[in-house]
Write a protein that binds this ligand. Structure first.
Ligand code: FES
Length: 107
């Protein structure tokens, strides 16, 4: 069992059974609650909306790999690289975003 107290600086601390003092994160949480909800929402309202998916390619002379796909939907779990999450995003929102492809130029 621990008791929370508020210091003069406004930070909350708890005294543990062993007598140690540690910050009490739960007690320090402000009383007002901010709820952030991630709603599926299109992020491309106007660019090339007649295309099923907007994908652009650049040829680059010096690349370590033949092809690298960079995410432009902000949903990738491997950001900044594309992991295909744009497909799910496009289905959920009706959006048409796709990656930027960097392709190694053939010599
Ligand atoms: Fe974002 Fe592919 S995961 S563009």
């Amino acid at each position: 069992m621990s008791m929370a107290s508020v210091s003069s600086a406004g930070f909350c601390y708890s005294k543990s059974r062993t007598g140690g003092v540690r910050p009490n994160i739960a007690a320090a949480t402000p009383r007002s609650l901010v709820v952030v909800r991630a709603e599926a929402q299109a992020i491309n309202p106007e660019i090339r909306k007649t295309e099923e998916k907007v994908v652009d390619s650049l040829m680059v002379a010096e690349l370590s790999k033949p092809l690298t796909a960079y995410c432009r939907c902000w949903r990738s779990g491997t950001f900044p690289l594309c992991d295909g999450s744009h497909v799910k995003h496009n289905k959920a929102t009706g959006d048409n975003v796709g990656p930027l492809l960097l392709k190694k130029q053939k010599e």
